[in-house]
Write a protein that binds this ligand. Sequence first.
Ligand code: ZN
Length: 349
Amino acid sequence: MKLPAPMQLVLWGADELHAEPPLAIPAVFNFLPPLTAAVSPLAAPPLSSSSSLASDPAGRGDGLPALDDAPASATTSALRAPHHPHVECHPVCGLPWFRHPQAQHEIRLGKAVVSYEIQRARRRSIGMVVGVEGLSVRAPRWVSSTDIETALRAKERWICTKLVEQRERAQKQLSARIDWREGATVPYLGDSVVLVLDPRVSGAVLHEPSAIVERALPGVAQRTLHLGLPQNASAEQIRDAVQDWLQQEAVKVFQARVPVYAERLDVSVRKVSLSSAKTRWGSASVDGSIRLHWRLIHFGVDVIDYVVAHELAHLREMNHSPRFWEVVRSVMPEFDGPRDQLRHAVIPD
Ligand SMILES: [Zn+2]
């Protein structure tokens, strides 16, 4: 059986620049897809997974994920995991409950209760879609609800895995949303800054806390970003001012870090530019130019260094072969941590 492909890899194009290595992890530079096609520059295709099951003997399924494609452990372990405090529980049985807002039916699948909607349609097979709202089933008019339940049970693992993934993304995305107003917190270099509207400054100015304040308020976000905006500034004005500043900061940090790794890797870099690509944190071209996503400025320097080292290593190995990873390791022996941080990151919008 093939290893299950990570879902984000299926839904997002792979890194076009580099061939897929058989053993390396190719999804490193793909963003986790947000839940909906948003209006932010990181807008992404909506994350909905669909499956189809033939309901007639001729077997006219759409061929979408077979049961074996579902990561076997994800269903039960994710549902059991204690780190999902917001999982809704069914009022009667107390099991995790996935409820579609238009649900007319309910079924127990594995260790969860799933409320789903059925849309009757002119079609010959039963289709299933797990989207932001939950499970939706499309079925021909002549298929009984018992047959639909049988079909759902046959896809139990796949459905539960997708529902859990959707819920986790929704929670992450919600917590990552920035409310653009005074007092909002914005992630910056692995830490955070608090926004202050301050018409006296021009542009944006970062204020480092004094040692006394820091000692007085341990654990409180202390750095403030003063924006030259009036008190009645709109959310868009605040967002634009902050993002301009973040992009300028990203340029500064990249300009400082790229030469360090270029020297260690003995490569020459022709050009470094900022990117706002939808699916990649960085890219490298054979001509020696590097593109790095400005949103990396939200992360700590270790993560930024990893992406810099990764892209510069491509100037020596234009692929993700084991040789490539050796090159990365030669300048960053412990890159698993930063790489995982990126892989699980949700970028605020
Ligand atoms: Zn790469």
